[in-house]
Design a protein around this ligand. Structure first.
Ligand code: HEC
Ligand code: HEC
Length: 199
């Protein structure tokens, strides 16, 4: 498949969007007490292996929590924590974190990461990340394309490697798995670096 056709195919496959109930940020703040130890009180996590949740779209956060709960996204810790959450808890927690402000990492310029992000890799059929995640990494809430500017590079790298091996398999129609499979380890590390310093 050519690069353009692959990209168009991915965009068509991503049409499936899910809708979840509106949550209450103030109720979510109280419910987030157990999450703060790892993800930080305001969703800016204490260590780079814990993803920042601040500023993330509520719909994407809700999808991830439902996916951890059903073990569609495999992570023993997060699945155990999501297991007792009701639909209302998930909506409230997601609404709370979506309202917090992310603190952006200060990365050094990464030319290879920038190239992959903005233009993909023609030789290996990697589509440009900007096509779905946007030039600033703000994503698209309706399409459930996550925001990730300012996210820790270590987490981005881990989750991209998990998509590549299939250890993370909760992406609709395997679209991120198909992309990550075409990225080399060097490209993964470079693009993770670039994304983490996007403002
Ligand atoms: C013991 C540490 C820990 C606690 C406590 C914890 N998490 Fe997590 N969380 C993680 C880790 C580690 C990941 C990344 C899992 C992976 O690599 O796939 C994660 C991932 C997530 C994600 C996915 C983020 C993304 O960008 O895809 C969400 C959403 C989330 N956690 C929400 C919560 C909520 C809500 C709570 C409280 C109910 C919570 N977490 C408590 C460690 C924790
Ligand atoms: C066709 C649309 C599309 C393109 C192109 C795309 N992505 Fe994604 N990406 C997604 C979707 C959808 C998800 C959310 C999957 C899910 O629901 O768990 C995602 C998730 C991610 C995540 C996980 C974020 C988190 O918080 O866990 C990372 C990292 C990521 N993409 C990086 C990239 C990179 C790097 C590229 C370019 C090489 C790229 N994406 C290109 C659609 C796309």
């Amino acid at each position: 498949m050519g690069k353009i056709r692959f990209w168009v195919w991915l965009c068509l496959m991503s049409g499936a969007s899910l809708s979840f109930a509106q949550g209450s940020p103030s109720a979510g703040k109280e419910k987030a007490e157990t999450c703060g130890g790892c993800h930080g009180v305001d969703g800016n996590s204490s260590a780079p292996i814990f993803p920042k949740l601040a500023s993330q779209h509520a719909a994407y956060l809700g999808k991830q929590l439902h996916d951890f709960k059903s073990q569609k996204r495999a992570d023993p810790t997060m699945s155990a924590l999501a297991e007792p959450l009701t639909d209302a808890d998930i909506a409230d927690l997601s609404a709370y974190y979506a309202q917090q402000k992310i603190t952006v990492e200060q990365g050094a310029p990464n030319p290879l990461g920038k190239k992959i992000y903005l233009t993909g890799n023609l030789d290996t059929g990697v589509p440009a990340c900007t096509g779905c995640h946007g030039p600033d990494g703000n994503g698209n809430p309706q399409a459930l394309f996550p925001q990730f500017n300012g996210q820790y590079a270590a987490y981005l790298e881990k989750t991209l490697k998990d998509f590549k091996t299939g250890a993370r398999g909760n992406d609709p129609n395997g679209m991120m798995r198909a992309i990550a499979a075409r990225l080399s380890e060097e490209e993964i590390s470079a693009v993770a670096d670039y994304i983490s310093s996007l403002k």
